[in-house]
Design a protein around this ligand. Structure first.
Ligand code: UT7
Length: 321
């Protein structure tokens, strides 16, 4: 059967790392509060010379190298972001040009923190239908540009970065590698709980991120444990079969609560929120790349990806590495 197989991954972080202590010099907060409530100890913040496009390009290059292929082998780029370089063109086309690609489709997907899951599902559908053979799927964000640095309830939570997968069509056996099951959801009625208060068609300004954190938290645990169960059922697996969960990195307490609800040991959760903070659409591929490069995720492992964010949107994918 033809499946979309992840044959490479890569990631990129801005040069500047900002610790909680450094942030507490500018913002009315403390290292203790941020650690206790979120598990975050530091985040990376893009400089003037670093953008969603440049970080996405660096992550894509690393993924191409990991997969042992070049831009000539690629026929699709799907990039998930809520912080594009410009309102248009799509940042995916900027990445395509920077990599020296030509002619093949390249577009952005906007589903905020679940964006990478939506982008991966789109690439998977295009690959399985024969529209593409080998795709770069990217999650890249510069959320630091849309934070209100006067709002301590949000500005301490986010960071910048990018992650990428090379996903390609492979004829595999039933127990072979590839994407096994995916579920995506959205509930637009909750759009006022996590949003940006601007946009080209409303204020004409970029706007700043606004969030009712406690309510988002409550929905996140319920929605994520629900979608994880759906994907396991779709793939005919039990939670105990899963080797690694690569979750969206929003808050250590959400990761703890989701693992507990599913009866999964915390050792199976890949955690990078402490180092990267919440990088929105970049967080899942970034965490995956960390765990693959440090030897945790190995060929044959069953890996669950999951995310939830503004919209609300949420989703999960089960894959065999
Ligand atoms: O990626 C998209 C998904 N996003 C999320 O999943 C985020 C989900 N939400 C959360 O992670 C948590 O709700 C937060 C980390 C945002 C907040 O944690 P919380 O335990 O829900 O705190 P809270 O907002 O209820 O605030 C508790 C207290 C308040 O003080 P009072 O009113 O109790 O005196 C806040 O003013 O903490 C205060 N506070 C802070 N204090 C120091 C809020 N932010 C800060 C801060 N430093 N940065």
């Amino acid at each position: 059967m033809i499946r979309s197989v992840v044959t490479g991954s890569g990631s990129a972080l801005p040069k500047r790392c900002v610790s909680n202590e450094e942030l507490a010099r500018e913002v009315d907060t403390s290292d203790e509060w941020i650690r206790d409530r979120t598990g975050i100890t530091q985040r990376y913040i893009a400089g003037d010379d670093e953008t969603t496009g440049s970080l996405g390009t660096a992550a894509a290059r690393a993924a191409l190298e990991d997969a042992g292929c070049s831009i000539e082998d690629i026929d699709l780029i799907v990039l998930a972001t809520a912080t594009p370089d410009r309102t248009f063109p799509a940042t995916a086309t900027t990445v395509q040009a920077a990599l020296g690609g030509k002619g093949f489709p390249a577009f952005d997907v906007a589903a905020v923190c679940s964006g990478f899951l939506y982008a991966l599902a789109t690439a998977d559908a295009m690959i399985r239908s024969g529209m593409a053979k080998r795709a770069i799927v990217i999650g890249s964000e510069t959320f630091s540009r849309i934070l209100d640095w006067e709002d301590r309830g949000t500005c301490v939570l986010f960071g910048d970065g990018a992650g990428a997968f090379i996903v390609e069509a492979r004829d595999v056996a039933e127990d072979g590698p590839g994407l096994l099951a995916t579920q995506l959801h959205a509930e637009g009625e909750h759009c006022d709980l996590l949003y940006v208060d601007g946009g080209p068609s409303t204020t004409g300004e970029v706007g700043k991120l606004r969030m009712k954190g406690r309510e988002v938290f409550r929905h996140a645990v319920v929605n994520l444990s629900g979608v994880l169960r759906e994907v396991l059922e779709q793939a005919g697996h039990e939670a105990s079969d899963v080797d690694w969960v690569v979750p969206h990195q929003a808050n250590q307490r959400i990761l703890d609560a989701t693992a507990k609800k599913l009866g999964l040991p915390m050792e199976k959760m890949v955690v990078t929120v402490d180092r990267h903070a919440n990088t929105s659409a970049a967080s899942v591929p970034l965490a995956y790349d960390v765990a693959k490069r440090d030897g945790r995720i190995k060929p044959g492992d069953l890996v669950m990806l999951e995310a939830m964010g503004g919209g609300f949107t949420w989703g999960a994918s089960l894959l065999r590495a």
